[in-house]
Design a protein around this ligand. Structure first.
Ligand code: ADP
Length: 463
């Protein structure tokens, strides 16, 4: 409906739609009733006139002669009343008989037709009359009998009906419109309650939920959908809170070490070698800080979709071997043995990104495995992807930590004090690298002790 103004509330729109629909229906219904009533009124009148014709034929018959109606002693053979008056015509259009009123009130411009018909006309006095012409016989002669009567009563009756409709319809529509508005308000009341409830939910009360009233199925559906959104929001907020707390902690630790080392070095008369040691450990912390910040930036840019992979064909075995070679110093320190079972083959990948993922997984395997254990790295090539497994003999991962190990800054050691843990960004980076190459990274518990991380990536980007 194109309204000249746009009502801003749904209840007004609903009420207007409802009223408009009802007005159309009522108008159609009223028109139908009026047409039916006027047909009945005119049919009844025509029927009465038909009887008048028959009666008049009977009344005129005794006085009928070849010269027309001849009354004895000039008396009137037919008395008129306001209800009807009549004329008799020959079939060739000559007036054979006229009742007294018919003589006073001729009907100009209306010939007597040679067939049965009823018409409305205006007589010489300017009043509306109903005229019925009928073919008939009087004393065996064919004639046309015309009976006329005033239409005042019928027109008045129909006029009254029109007046009732003209005043009644708007009143009905107004009442219906008000009823429609009340109905819409009633129907929308549960929605209003939802709105009131939802405005009280703030970031601090995300655990709050909207009431679900099963009696109003549609509104309950909205409430359920809203509650599900709240649930997702709450999870995201909690993750964000944990992330912020963990990130702050990770950044704070090296800063505290930096400050303490600096204060210690300044606090007493350190000799040159002590000062060099202090500067060395401060640089180590700066490096750690830089590493964390670089990784955070990298992940942030990846999230924003600003990172593009620089793909090039690489020898996967050579890449894995070179990462392992770099980590061997760490493994040697713990007398660990790294076993490589790598298939030969190439892949069209970004070597820098993939290297980060492999390095993080190898580092973790070395870090979290006990001294003297064996770390096995298996790489196999399937039709369109590679799988690299990193199996260690470490402690595995406790059930409560498993869902979170890929979260940023998450570390199984809640106190974040255990050595040799990193900042909790290794697995998130590895996962991003895998996903950027159309793959994934999963964890599984080994049959004995230890974990196996499984990294997959596509051999080449999808066409
Ligand atoms: P971190 O820098 O702390 O190693 P990661 O994101 O690499 O961070 O790993 C997250 C957590 O997952 C670690 O704190 C550790 O508890 C657990 N984890 C990762 N790799 C292993 C592994 N090979 N064995 C046991 N636990 C592991």
């Amino acid at each position: 409906m194109n309204l000249p103004f746009r009502p801003s509330t749904l209840r007004i729109r609903l009420a207007l739609w409802y009223t408009a629909a009802l007005a159309v229906v009522l108008l159609c219904y009223a028109t139908l009733i009026y047409v039916a009533m006027s047909r009945t009124v005119w049919n009844e009148l025509d029927e009465r006139l038909h009887h008048e014709v028959e009666t008049s034929e009977g009344l005129l018959q005794p006085y009928w002669t070849a010269r027309g109606v001849v009354a004895p002693n000039g008396a009137s053979v037919l008395d008129d009343d306001d209800e009807r008056w009549l004329q008799v015509w020959s079939v060739d259009g000559a007036v054979l008989f006229e009742s007294p009123v018919a003589r006073q009130r001729p009907i100009p411009g209306l010939a007597a037709p040679d067939f049965n018909i009823a018409r409305s006309w205006v007589d010489i006095t300017g009043r509306a009359v109903r005229i019925k012409d009928e073919r008939g016989h009087i004393a065996g002669s064919p004639v046309i009998v015309r009976v006329a009567t005033e239409e005042d009563r019928q027109r008045k009756e129909l006029g009254n009906i029109l007046w009732y409709m003209a005043f009644g319809l708007p009143a009905f529509i107004a009442v219906a419109g008000y009823g429609g508005y009340r109905l819409a308000s009633f129907a929308l009341a549960p929605v209003q309650r939802l709105v009131d409830e939802s405005t009280s939910i703030t970031a601090d009360h995300l655990s709050q939920r909207l009431p679900v009233d099963p009696r109003t199925a549609e509104v309950a559906q909205i409430a359920r959908a809203f509650n599900q959104t709240l649930e997702r929001l709450e999870t995201s907020f909690n993750q964000l809170r944990t992330f912020t707390a963990n990130a702050s902690h990770e950044l704070r630790t090296p800063l505290t070490v930096l400050r303490t080392t600096g204060q210690l070095a300044l606090g007493h008369d350190a000799n040159v070698s002590e000062q060099r040691d202090a500067i060395g450990s401060m640089l180590e912390e700066v490096e750690r800080l830089t590493g964390i910040v670089d990784t955070m930036l990298l992940l942030a840019r990846a999230d924003a979709g600003q990172l593009r992979l620089e793909r090039q064909p690489i020898d996967v075995a050579a890449l894995v071997q070179s990462v392992v070679d770099q980590c061997l110093v760490l493994a040697d320190e713990k007398q660990q043995h790294v076993e490589l079972q790598v298939a030969s083959g190439t892949a069209l990948v970004d070597p820098v990104v993939l290297r980060m993922a492999i390095a993080n997984l190898v580092h973790n395997a070395i870090r979290y495995s006990p001294a003297g254990s064996t770390i096995t790295i298996r790489a196999t090539s399937q039709r369109d992807h590679w799988t690299i497994e990193f199996e260690d003999e470490g402690p595995g991962i406790a059930a409560e930590h498993r869902p979170h190990i890929f979260d940023r800054f998450y570390r199984a050691d809640a106190s974040r004090s255990s050595q040799p843990g990193g900042a909790g960004l290794g697995l998130p980076i590895a996962r991003w690298a895998a996903e950027a190459h159309g793959g994934a990274i999963t964890w599984r518990q080994n049959a004995g002790d230890g974990s196996t991380f499984c990294l997959t990536f596509r051999t080449q980007p999808p066409a």
